[in-house]
Design a protein. Structure first.
Length: 311
């Protein structure tokens, strides 16, 4: 029998392609246009003031230069004067202690609150999360003013509850420091607790059940299961809180203005007082630049360690 013959296949029609790279160019430009307002705002509101402060820190810039201009460059003289002074190192040590105390309390309390949120029922969890969100949303100055009323010597509710009417909390350096710690911790715990709770919800329930079956206690489960998994999140929360506490200014200035006798003066407050009271804008800018450098070094070191642990 003759072999079956196949009908010839229809010729393939080539679909015309758009000009090479045109769609890619249109698609690649759109994301940059979307983030352009944020980038421009960041440059104007963050980078330019930092650059300007850096320039002033190398100049002789006081009240006369502020009015008539014509500041002259003096090199590292302002930094030499700053680092040679005893007061700067005292303030730096106080700032380090202030940051350590607050960050330890914030991370510790936030971890406890996050674990409690995980174990609460739905209604109690929603109520507690709502309270945390409201505390977090309270404006800084408003919350600071409320604390000022609470610890008022004659009419404050704290003195009334403790039967210490007439006691001035704001005249004692240690008491003032403690009040500021309570205020900053109260304002910071909601963000850190909700962030850590979100991380806890990503851990599979089977891991907790297996650990309990193996006889693990709550502390062992946290140390061997929870913390290793959420180590990057703990590092990130700690970094953010270090930045937040280290550069804390409104709460300290509203409540104590760095007093009494400089007991609550940290680096940001010190920079403001030097520039505002002494009109040493050059020296105040040098303090601000040193503060930014310290934070940058601490943040980069922590992030590098975090990335090394992940790899």
């Amino acid at each position: 029998m003759p072999a079956a013959t196949r009908a010839p296949a229809p010729p393939l029609t080539r679909v015309p392609r758009p000009p090479r790279g045109s769609g890619r160019r249109r698609g690649s430009a759109w994301p940059y246009l979307l983030i352009a307002p944020a980038v421009v705002s960041g440059v104007l509101l963050l980078l330019y003031p930092l650059f300007r402060a850096g320039v002033i820190s190398f100049q002789h810039f006081r009240m006369g230069e502020l009015i008539r201009g014509g500041a002259t460059f003096v090199g590292l003289d302002n930094y030499g004067e700053l680092l040679a002074g005893h007061e700067f190192w005292t303030v730096l040590l106080r700032t380090a202690g202030w940051t350590a105390v607050n960050v330890v309390l914030i991370v510790g309390l936030s971890t406890g609150v996050a674990v409690m949120l995980l174990r609460l029922g739905r209604r109690m969890r929603v109520a507690l999360m709502s309270a945390l969100a409201l505390a977090w949303a309270t404006p800084i100055i408003a919350a600071t003013t409320v604390f000022q009323w609470l610890f008022q010597s004659e009419l404050g509710i704290v003195n009334w509850l403790l039967d210490m009417r007439g006691y001035s909390w704001f005249a004692n350096g240690t008491a003032m420091f403690a009040i500021l710690v309570v205020l900053v911790v109260w304002q910071s715990v909601p963000f850190a607790a909700l962030t850590l709770y979100a991380g806890l919800t990503t851990i599979p329930v089977e891991l907790f059940e297996s650990a309990r079956i193996d006889g693990g206690t709550g502390r062992q489960i946290f140390a061997k299961v929870v913390f290793p998994i959420l180590r990057p999140m703990f590092a990130l929360v700690t970094s953010l809180e270090v930045i937040w506490v280290f550069k804390c200014f409104p709460q300290i200035w509203v409540l104590s203005q760095g007093g009494p006798d400089g007991a609550t003066t940290t680096l940001p407050v010190y920079a403001f007082k030097v520039a505002r009271v002494l009109h040493r804008y050059d020296l105040g800018s040098a303090v601000a630049v040193v503060t930014v450098v310290i934070l940058a070094v601490a943040l980069v070191t922590n992030l590098r360690r975090m990335l090394r642990q992940e790899s």
